[in-house]
Design a binder for this molecule. Structure first.
Ligand SMILES: C[S@@+](CC[C@H](N)C(=O)[O-])C[C@H]1O[C@@H](n2cnc3c(N)ncnc32)[C@H](O)[C@@H]1O
Length: 247
């Protein structure tokens, strides 16, 4: 639902806060979130997360925060690739965290990865605490993007790295048109029905259309104080990995 006053897209109604509606939506779709991710992306989403975590390294990044961790896929990938000293996954949806915790228990990772309910715009962590802060498909959902990025910058130590994975809009003809048809018309039908939320996967399409991508998002990272900012489109631009360093 577009809110013309604030130029944002919200899941359910143009009134009320985006944050509350996003939380409600992820609480609703949590039971089917992983299944739909794998099915609707044909499993490519796991490759995207792997590539994002490839930008971190075990030597420099030992204490890591995964913001908007959802069901902990990024946190699990971080553990697999880097075996760091500590991984915290934080998310505003208690249901997503609950499904994440079930997954960690099944994989016997619940001692290594700690999940917490929290808000990216008001984190409880100390300044300069983490070596790396990651977010996959989360920043687009923040109620206040600048506040969330400022908090990520605050909790990173100087020299620490952020890696952000987010949907972008393909630009190459005819892939752009084909993908757009799938993303706007096919995916929401399957996603809404399976998740039993009539809006969630329309919101996915609409929120991607208004979210700054490529150089625009890289500029926002620079405005928030990140340096050596990079961006790399994946799968013809369906999503993009961004990174930046806190000086
Ligand atoms: C599309 S999911 C991504 C989950 C996971 N990172 C992944 O790669 O599958 C977006 C997540 O962002 C979380 N989120 C949205 N706004 C948030 C906020 N302000 N603070 C923390 N988490 C937030 C949602 O609850 C949801 O779990």
């Amino acid at each position: 639902m577009a809110d013309s006053k604030t130029n944002t897209v919200k899941p359910y109604t143009s009134q009320g806060s985006k944050k509350a509606q996003v939380t409600e939506m992820f609480d609703n779709i949590a039971p089917k979130y992983d299944l739909l991710n794998r099915f609707l992306s044909l499993g490519i989403d796991t490759i995207w997360r792997k590539k994002a975590i490839n930008l971190l390294n075990a030597e420099d990044h030992k204490v890591i925060l995964d913001v908007a961790t959802g069901t902990a896929d990024v946190a699990i990938e971080i553990n697999k690739q880097l075996s760091p000293k500590s991984i915290i996954g934080m998310d505003i949806s208690s249901q997503m965290v609950s499904y994440g915790n079930k997954k960690l228990k099944k994989k016997a990772l619940d001692d290594i990865i700690k999940l917490e309910v929290g808000d990216s715009e008001q984190m409880r962590y100390d300044d300069n605490h983490f070596d790396a802060v990651t977010v996959a498909f989360g920043v687009r959902n923040f109620g206040d993007l600048n506040k969330g990025l400022a908090e990520m910058h605050r909790v990173l130590r100087p020299g620490g790295k952020t890696v952000i994975l987010e949907f972008s809009r393909p630009r190459i003809f005819p892939f752009k048109q084909l993908f757009n048809f799938y993303f706007k018309h096919v995916l929401p039908r399957i996603g809404n029905k399976t998740s039993k939320d009539d809006n969630a996967y329309d919101y996915l399409y609409e929120s991607v259309q208004v979210f700054p991508d490529y150089e625009k998002f890289a500029n926002i990272l620079e405005q928030q104080g990140f340096r050596s900012v990079t961006w790399k489109p994946l799968t013809l631009g369906i999503c993009t990995i961004y990174s930046g360093i806190k000086q």
